[in-house]
Design a protein around this ligand. Structure first.
Ligand code: CU
Length: 157
């Protein structure tokens, strides 16, 4: 069977790209252990009974170590509970968030904090706030008619 030279070049190119792609994906997954955050300790919750279940039955900021805090928060139409937390500069905050209704966002512009808050799921992220100031927590998943007013604040003193 005769294959034209250019066709052969493209076949080799196409197959090589596929092999390289699978190698990058395979090395990332199995050698470097890359995975979506917290895929190892996935936690779920009944979204209709958020207020009755720990830790969301007692939301808010808790000190858990030396300049280390845990912020248990809920997202709902159209806000977050609590709607503001205050911490000293240099504090690390472990955010533990779930939704009481629909899919919401949880983004703090200027930081790496950007989560999707899915009803039935508990989502966690940690961030260290080095610079004092007021940080906005915003919803970046369209969740309804007053989506744009949905916000909370992290006040770093
Ligand atoms: Cu929202």
């Amino acid at each position: 069977m005769h294959i034209h030279r250019l066709e052969r070049v493209w076949l080799i190119f196409g197959i090589s790209m596929l092999v390289i792609f699978l190698l990058v994906l395979g090395i990332g997954t199995f050698v470097m252990g890359m995975a979506p955050p917290h895929s190892g300790n996935h936690q779920s919750i009944d979204p209709t009974k958020v207020d009755e279940q720990a830790p969301f039955n007692n939301p808010g900021l808790k000190k858990i170590g030396d300049n280390h805090y845990e912020a248990v928060m809920t997202a709902f139409v159209f806000g977050y509970g609590p709607d503001s937390i205050e911490i000293p500069a240099g504090a690390t905050v472990d955010f533990i968030v779930t939704s009481k209704d629909v899919v919401h966002g949880f983004q703090i512009p200027g930081t790496n904090v950007n989560m999707m808050i899915v009803p039935g799921e508990i989502t966690e992220i940690s961030h260290t706030f080095d610079k004092p100031g007021e940080y906005l927590i915003l919803c970046n998943e369209y969740c309804g008619s007053y989506h744009e007013i949905m916000q909370a604040r992290v006040i770093v003193t």
